[in-house]
Design a protein around this ligand. Sequence first.
Ligand code: THU
Length: 154
Amino acid sequence: MEERKLETSYIYFKDINELSEADRELVLSASNALQMSYSPYSHFAVGAAVRLDNDEIILGANQENAAYPSGLCAERVALFASGMHKAKPLSIAIVAKSDKGQFATAYPCGACRQVMSEIEKRYATHLATIVGLKDGGFVKFENISSLLPFEFEI
Ligand code: THU
């Protein structure tokens, strides 16, 4: 028997100006996607933007449904739409706004992390993830294993 330990590393940016130009563009794209959120039940809007290796940006926003589990998170809307393109996903930015119009923290849920993990395997890529925080800062994870170290595998 042995105890094993995990370490996660990520970068904290105190505001959008500290991000690289490409990541700033991705965050602004995710913020624009907030307008397409359909969230009449939670009143919580989430926007996502995926950068492909041909520099295309694919948008997603959460899409809810009266039968609650039938809805889909912003990340998976964007990632599954990216699956319709031949180019490789390189990074994803996620932002969220509460019903009061204030920015909220937008860490992806477990189901989205599982999908992000499979995107990395499918395209043999590292999916960098930039997450908006409610204090106006951002965090960046260089790959999904920092967010989901033990993914489900078949
Ligand atoms: N939501 C996302 O879009 N992404 C996540 O990672 C977690 C939650 C959405 C689902 C629902 O429309 C709303 O946020 C409130 O849970």
